[in-house]
Design a binder for this molecule. Structure first.
Ligand SMILES: Cc1cc2nc3c(=O)[nH]c(=O)nc-3n(C[C@H](O)[C@H](O)[C@H](O)COP(=O)(O)OP(=O)(O)OC[C@H]3O[C@@H](n4cnc5c(N)ncnc54)[C@H](O)[C@@H]3O)c2cc1C
Length: 417
């Protein structure tokens, strides 16, 4: 395909990765971001073998690995009885896969530094509001209705609450989810927690408390931990009104080992409220506008897939633009490449979320008694490992990727030992 002018809306993981792939493929790319200075939003993320393979394809695996914290296991227990409810180990499936928990800042810095090195233009302080097709160009306008650029293709990577997606006929309105979570990034040096696991405690499905070791944002900085507590978004004001000390007491009673983290929280401002929304754009494009990342498919982070899927989208779109002769075929090829994987994981996220975030005691009982028992019976451990890794169906081939060879890291580890 000829060299295209491409405008990328949003400097999140999807937008930054897409800009890197497409600029390296020879297209003229610029990123437009609403913030005055591009910056990560939120706390920690669990990178899966899918997203890590995309970063490897961009030559960024070693950088992210040097910052993140290797995760081998997802472990959850009933807060009252201590009984294990969830125990998923990556090594239950062959391939030597593992997760890498990172601070959002680490993922952002890794991608953003590469964008700067590659000389890709980022225009900040541009609050995009609409896109209009004019002949064979797509024109982007800001919130004041002023034209800010015109391109052969606009990539909407502006996240779950994208205004461009909201105005598109192919993207249905987002469905706000009842539950959200308070998140904090805390000092991870002390404290009793499993450094190789995402650890959670539950009270039925209405309470979920979690700890995720997330490594460091930059080399030389201390390692941190992401702490989260899920709650109904509608209950936030009531919880805050009851006071921070009362909230901390509730958590301490559920999970006494958390005390060293709770002691670090002295103000509600240290906690960010994350709200979740669900939406799948079908197809993820319309005329000269294509959706990637959360603007194409957003969901609750229960399965830890969102950023990874955003990176897969970026790789798949770039692969389609390289492989097809014209834009319409490339956009259709991108949609085909991602369709099954996105559908499956959107469905799984919808199905799993009530097991961890709902008012239903029945669902919680099923999870604690039935699911946790069935989960131990082969082939369930391997199946669950593939779900968590994002590899239940092949996400790599359709995106033009070859999965990274994780076994090499094992031989490196044993060599070091
Ligand atoms: C609490 C929480 C925990 C999560 N945990 C995980 C996890 O463990 N693993 C995982 O893979 N995923 C996780 N996710 C999901 C993950 O954060 C998202 O899927 C991912 O950030 C999507 O990337 P994106 O680039 O599509 O969008 P975003 O990260 O939302 O980036 C969008 C960018 O677009 C910009 N923008 C928005 N509107 C405009 C506009 N009008 N004009 C210009 N710029 C605009 C924003 O400022 C931002 O920079 C989690 C999400 C939450 C909320």
């Amino acid at each position: 395909m000829k060299q295209l002018d491409i405008g990328v809306a949003g400097a999140g993981p999807a937008g930054l990765a897409a800009a890197l792939f497409l600029s390296r493929a020879g297209h003229r790319v610029e990123i437009l971001e609403r913030f005055e200075a591009p910056a990560p939003v939120g706390s920690g993320l669990l990178m899966q073998p899918t997203g890590l393979t995309v970063l490897a394809a961009l030559g960024l695996f070693e950088t992210i690995q040097s910052l993140g914290s290797r995760i081998d296991r997802l472990h959850g227990a009933d807060a009252t009885s201590g009984r294990t409810v969830l125990d998923v180990r990556y090594d239950a499936a062959p391939g030597g896969r593992y997760g890498l928990a990172v601070q959002r800042a680490a993922l952002f810095n890794t991608l953003h530094d590469a964008v700067v090195v590659d000389g890709i233009r980022i225009r900040t302080g541009v609050n995009l509001a609409s896109v209009e097709t004019r002949g064979d160009r797509a024109v982007l306008k800001n919130a004041e209705g002023v034209e800010v650029g015109d391109y052969d293709l606009v990539i909407d990577a502006s996240g779950a609450r994208s205004v461009l997606a909201a105005k598109s006929v192919t993207a249905p309105a987002i469905r706000e989810m009842t539950y959200g979570a308070f998140w904090a990034t805390l000092d991870g040096q002390g404290g009793a927690y499993d450094r190789r696991a995402l650890s959670q405690r539950y009270d039925k499905a209405k309470v979920m408390i979690g700890l995720l070791p997330t490594g460091r944002a930059q080399v030389g900085e201390p390692h941190r931990v992401a702490f989260f507590w899920s709650l109904k978004v509608g209950d936030v004001d009531e919880v805050k009104a009851a006071g921070l000390d009362r909230w901390k007491t509730i958590i301490r009673n559920y999970w006494p080992d958390c005390v060293s983290f709770l002691d670090q929280i002295e103000d509600w401002d240290q906690l960010t409220l994350a709200r979740y929304a669900h939406r799948t754009a079908q197809p993820p494009f319309s005329e000269r506008l294509v959706f990637i990342g959360d603007s194409a498919h957003s969901t609750s982070p229960q399965l830890g897939q969102g950023a990874n899927m955003a990176l897969l989208d970026a790789a798949a779109l770039s692969h389609a633009l390289v492989s097809c002769a014209d834009l319409p075929s490339a956009l259709a090829a991108y949609a085909r490449a991602r369709r099954n994987h996105v559908r499956l994981f959107q469905l799984l996220s919808l199905a799993f979320t009530p097991f961890y975030q709902s008012d239903s005691s029945v669902i919680a009982w099923v999870r604690d008694r039935l699911v946790s028992t069935i989960a131990k019976v082969p082939p369930m451990p391997a199946l669950l490992a593939s779900i968590v890794a994002g590899t239940l169906i092949d996400p790599f081939g359709p995106a033009g990727l070859t999965e990274r060879k994780w076994q090499e890291d094992l031989s490196l580890l044993s060599g070091m030992a």
